[in-house]
Design a protein around this ligand. Structure first.
Ligand code: SMG
Ligand code: MG
Length: 369
């Protein structure tokens, strides 16, 4: 495949309700989309970076810059672009995994559409629908939180994840546990908001019988996660720290993570994500698919990934209406707590280019060789 042009779109997507984490509050997503035109057809990819470097060091302006100036030239220079060789093609660029993942998604989409194969089949999916959880942001009051959680329970979500931070942890978690009952699946995510000295405090979360606690400490602080795992009954699950298959295996072998959150954007794409999945399956470590408030473009691919055999826990793969009033593709609709895995070629969804234009934050940028 020869890449002819790469168009970078920036779309402003208002969220149906603001999403607050320990590192900030968002009421709209600034989405970077990559539209690839090739000699065999086109493909779309979504970049998961936020507008600020709050979740990781990457952010959307930086990703657009890296794509245009460092990754696109490598794609244009290649005689034959093949998704499975992008890791090698991009190896001269250190890091910038979210930028690489956005391009990888677009290359995969183009390649698979041209050969009539779905993402699910290509990645190795074994299910036609996936179990879905929902990630619930920090609220302004416990009553408001309980209302929101009840809405998601009524909608059929199979697992609730609560965002926590110092000052918003034991009590909201205890109250939600009380609301949803002892048997409902409940987990928490701190997005690095705690320090090692908080271990005795975090240990009190054991009383709420959680599925897992996600990334309480700094992304580079594996040692504190090992210490926590030794002190707490609740399984520890890393997110931000796990940026590659090597780091993931290391964290598993050292006892820092007994469950793994896989986000393709964080690890450089769907193929590295599958490699992490395989490494976890080999070691008997359960995985689940994380989310980055994706539109239908990224969601379609995440749902395909979540249908692989090792994804045994519900993911942050919620329905379109949990995030957006109108999605950039046909909406993903929850049915019995599950989303259907797309079966059409490539991502299997159709990008609403009219809406991409209507919601554009700036004119599209066309990058050619
Ligand atoms: O896509 O439903 C979603 C969001 C899931 O909580 C979620 N993501 O750390 O896991 C995480 C966060 C990161 C995104 S914050 C904008
Ligand atoms: Mg997380």
């Amino acid at each position: 495949m020869k890449v002819r042009s790469i168009t970078l779109h920036r779309v402003g997507m208002p969220l149906v309700r603001p999403f607050e984490t320990s590192f900030g509050r968002e009421s709209a997503r600034d989405v970077l989309l990559v539209h690839l035109e090739t000699d065999t057809g086109d493909g779309w990819g979504e970049c998961v970076a936020g507008s600020t470097p709050g979740y990781s060091s990457e952010y959307v302006d930086g990703c657009a810059h890296v794509i245009e100036h460092h990754l696109a030239p490598r794609l244009f220079a290649a005689d034959d672009v093949v998704a499975s060789e992008l890791g090698h093609l991009f190896s001269g660029v250190v890091g910038h995994r979210m930028a690489k993942a956005a391009l990888e998604a677009a290359v995969l989409d183009a390649e698979l559409r041209a050969s009539g194969v779905s993402f699910a089949r290509y990645l190795g999916a074994v299910r036609s629908e996936v179990d879905c959880g929902v990630s619930v942001g920090i609220s302004t009051s416990i009553d408001e939180l309980l209302d929101e959680v009840q809405g998601y329970v009524d909608a059929g979500y199979l697992r609730i994840k609560l965002k926590i931070k110092p000052g918003w942890d034991l009590e909201p978690v205890r109250r939600v546990r009380e609301l949803i009952g002892a048997d409902a699946a409940l987990q928490v995510d701190a997005n690095t908001a705690y320090v090692r000295g908080d271990i005795p405090h975090l240990k009190q979360l054991d009383a709420s019988n959680l599925l897992l606690i996600e990334q309480p400490f700094d992304e580079e602080d594996i040692a504190s996660h090992i210490a926590l795992a030794g002190a707490i009954e609740t399984p520890v699950c890393l997110d931000e720290s796990l940026v590659s298959v090597g780091v993931t295996i290391d964290a598993i072998e050292r006892g820092a993570t007994s469950v793994v959150n896989i986000k393709p954007g964080r690890v450089g794409g769907y193929l590295p994500a599958v490699a992490i999945h395989d490494a976890c399956v080999e070691r008997g470590v359960p995985v689940w698919c994380g989310g980055m408030l994706e539109t239908g473009i990224g969601r379609s691919m995440n749902v395909a990934l979540a249908a692989l055999p090792g994804f045994t826990l519900p993911g942050d793969t919620s329905a379109s209406d949990r995030y957006y009033r109108e999605d950039l593709t046909e909406p993903f609709v929850l049915s019995n707590g599950r989303l259907a895995v797309p079966t059409g070629p490539g991502s299997g969804v159709t990008v609403r280019t009219d809406l991409v234009r209507e919601l554009a934050l700036m004119p599209p940028r066309v990058v050619t060789r």
